[in-house]
Design a protein around this ligand. Structure first.
Ligand SMILES: NC(=O)c1ccc[n+]([C@@H]2O[C@H](COP(=O)([O-])OP(=O)(O)OC[C@H]3O[C@@H](n4cnc5c(N)ncnc54)[C@H](O)[C@@H]3O)[C@@H](O)[C@H]2O)c1
Length: 283
């Protein structure tokens, strides 16, 4: 199956990046948000990201204009009626994602593949709200989506081989290296990463070291490009909390239980880089 038009649900950090990359790779794109204000904010972020690429001479001004011309913002999922592939990138909440999948199943053509960018939720649960569970899979991008080289293709026990191949080809057409994982909480990368981020927060909470020393320990001691607390801020502390809660609910593994400090920080509205404050402050 040839993918010509891509739908993206949600124009936040990840959805905006996925929409941008898809359009830069030549696909026509529809990207949806819950209201005009959030849609305009998301489209403005795509515009700024492309402007930065022009300034760094990675793309030409004409490339930027051509990319923007391929993206249509919408608040109505009916605009996904001619999409071949839809990638859901709304917030990490299973009930919401199930509702979105049921709606997508109604409006998308029968041949369309429905994907989720979930970090760790059960893709099988989303698939079973549709009449096409064999054409549902995870396409898990990393943050920031336009820059990170990896994409996980996640298959459930009912995802067809053809669907996996379309997902793999799509990722490669965006210049990503693709790894294949089964639909189990956290897939490959987050299953290893999330306990580490939560342990760093527990360490800060217990007063074992300062935020700077925890991050320096991991950057200089293990050559990680960014420390776990700075990375948590980049991921978004609300997203990390959603991931921890849902993985803990599914696994009952205490490694995934969210630390109190994470819950309090989210309650305070300090969600990381996207709100200008998390474990660190950002201008
Ligand atoms: N942040 C990361 O590092 C990261 C990495 C990989 C995957 N993910 C996953 O990607 C998804 C999105 O995360 P994010 O960081 O972009 O979150 P975000 O909060 O930046 O963006 C989510 C957006 O979805 C919108 N939204 C909510 N309900 C919607 C609906 N019904 N229709 C359309 N839009 C809707 C919200 O208004 C918001 O703008 C989550 O499932 C998350 O787990 C996040």
């Amino acid at each position: 199956m040839e993918v010509k038009k891509v739908g993206v649900v949600g124009c936040g950090q990840m959805g905006g990046g996925i929409a941008q990359m898809s359009a830069q790779s030549g696909y026509r794109v529809a990207v949806s948000e819950i209201n005009d204000e959030l849609l305009n904010k998301g489209l403005a972020a795509i515009n700024s990201s492309l402007t930065r690429s022009v300034e760094k001479e990675k793309i030409t001004p004409a490339d930027k204009e051509a990319t923007l011309a391929r993206i249509k913002g919408t608040t109505d999922l009916k605009d996904f009626g001619d999409c071949d592939l839809v990638i859901e990138a709304a917030i990490e909440n299973l009930d919401l994602k199930k509702k979105i999948f049921a709606e997508l199943d109604e409006v998308c053509p029968k041949h369309a593949i429905l994907a989720t960018n979930t970090s760790c939720l059960s893709i099988m649960d989303m698939a079973m709200t549709t009449g096409r569970p064999d054409r549902v899979l995870g396409l898990h991008f990393f943050n920031p989506a336009p820059l990170m080289k990896l994409m996980e293709v996640v298959r459930t026990i009912v995802t067809s081989d053809e669907t996996v191949e379309v997902g793999r080809d799509f990722g490669q057409s965006l210049g990503k290296t693709v790894i294949i994982a089964r639909d189990a909480p956290g897939f490959v990368v987050n299953r290893l990463l999330v306990p580490q981020l939560l342990n760093a927060i527990r360490m800060l909470e217990a007063g074992i070291a300062t935020r700077e020393d925890i991050d320096t320990g991991m950057t200089l001691g293990l050559n990680h490009p960014i420390g776990p607390l700075a990375l948590s801020d980049l991921v978004g502390l609300d997203t990390l909390l959603f991931i921890a809660n849902s993985t803990y609910d599914e696994f009952k593994d205490p490694q995934f239980a969210p630390p109190v400090l994470l819950s309090k920080t989210v309650t305070a509205g300090w969600l990381g880089r996207k709100t200008g404050k998390g474990f660190y402050e950002y201008k």
